[in-house]
Design a protein around this ligand. Structure first.
Ligand code: GDD
Ligand code: MG
Length: 355
């Protein structure tokens, strides 16, 4: 069984973290996020993976190499100019080894899903579909592809990111395609499966099926979703064979967390990090080489590589870019983002005043 994983997006909603690192390679529970997806794919019986890369393509192959450490064979195809989701899928066709009527799994590279991929493949085969889409129900479908199905489970429409979604059942970003369908996607130009391929298939009366399974599911496209995904992996809320032992926190063996500091809530503390006395790190990600001073409080936040938080800083739902340095007593909240390398003087930003 083969899979194509789309990892070429720029991850703009996760800036500045994605300036240096493509979204699927950001650390979650101590390893690049994509590791969890690849581990799940392997468990589902997938042996060969083609990564459709574009933005910062080299980072993927440098880390995963031939894939053997995950028990996979991984090939890489790079789009010099991004070709969109459909164009990216079409662009890797030469690397596929399956026959025309074989099913191929296609994954968005930023999805953490506990759903049953073999069951989705079985549903695809049973329905004789050309494409089978994993669908989940969400509270706010406007940020996703809204995908209604009829009483036989056939997809009846595909409406990408509409302010007026037709249903709260959405595209979960994992497809099973007949290999022959991929051959019909136009080559050498930008194609969106969401805007072009799916609507065209439906208009032509092709059998497109919805596989509805409300398992754990998260698109890690925003800082809030990214910290949650990492914390859920650390705590074992969603299983991953890339997490050795689920627990309240993951702390790299080379990190130094002094006894009088507390790391909890599924936090992940990377290699060579230092956390000083009296500090709390809760539900957060602290990347390689960052330093957290004393009496600091970090809640649901991301601290980039080599960043420094001075004594007494408070962060809630904030992102600090690589190498940024916050002087003592700064307070950042609600979506605040500090760009890489920025220096904030002591007490430059406070988020509340009861005066
Ligand atoms: N190779 C390649 N080339 N990959 C791309 C390109 C491209 O030009 N553009 C995007 N990707 C990859 C991204 O890296 C990501 O892994 C995946 O395709 C989806 O792109 P996102 O930018 O994350 O899309 P989205 O989250 O807004 O919407 C998509 O996912 C939703 C589910 O999470 C759509 O498929 C929606 O319909 C869906 O509901
Ligand atoms: Mg996404």
């Amino acid at each position: 069984m083969e899979a194509i994983v789309l990892v070429g997006g720029q991850g703009t909603r996760l800036r500045p973290l994605t300036i240096s690192t493509p979204k699927p390679m950001l650390p979650a529970a101590g390893v690049p996020f994509l590791t969890h997806q690849l581990a799940r794919a392997r468990t589902a019986g997938i042996e060969h993976v083609v990564l459709a890369t574009s933005y910062r393509a080299e980072v993927f192959s440098e880390h995963f190499g031939d894939g053997s450490s995950l028990g996979l064979r991984i090939d890489y195809v790079t789009e010099t100019d991004p070709l969109g989701t459909g164009g990216g899928i079409r662009n890797v066709v030469d690397r596929l080894e399956s026959g025309p009527s074989d099913p191929i799994v296609v994954l968005n590279g930023d999805i953490l899903s506990g759903h049953d991929i073999p069951a989705q493949i079985a549903a695809h085969r049973a329905a004789g579909a050309v494409a089978t889409l994993h669908l989940v129900r969400v509270d706010d479908p406007s940020a996703f592809g809204s995908v209604p199905t009829d009483d036989r489970g056939r997809v009846t429409a595909f409406v990408e990111k509409s302010p007026e979604p037709v249903t709260n059942q959405v595209n979960a970003g994992c497809y099973v395609f007949d290999r022959a369908l991929i051959d019909t996607i136009p080559a050498g130009r930008v194609v969106s499966v969401e805007h072009e391929t799916f609507p065209a298939l439906l208009a032509a009366g092709a059998v497109v099926v919805g596989y509805v399974e409300d398992a754990y599911w998260l698109d890690v496209g925003t800082p809030a979703a990214y910290v949650r995904a990492s914390a859920d992996l650390v705590r074992g809320v969603v299983a991953s064979s890339a997490v050795e032992r689920p627990g309240d926190a993951w702390v790299s063996p080379s990190a130094r967390v002094v006894g009088a500091a507390r790391v909890s809530g599924g936090s992940a503390v990377g290699p060579d990090v230092a956390v000083e006395a009296g500090s709390t790190v809760d539900g957060s990600i602290v990347m390689d080489g960052a330093t957290v001073g004393s009496e600091v409080s970090v809640l649901r936040s991301v601290i980039g590589r080599g960043a420094e938080l001075g004594d007494g800083c408070r962060l809630v739902d904030a992102v600090v870019g690589d190498g940024a340095r916050l002087g003592a007593g700064n307070e950042l909240t609600s979506g605040a983002r500090v760009w890489p390398g920025v220096r904030l003087p002591d007490c430059a930003v406070r988020f509340s005043s009861d005066a």
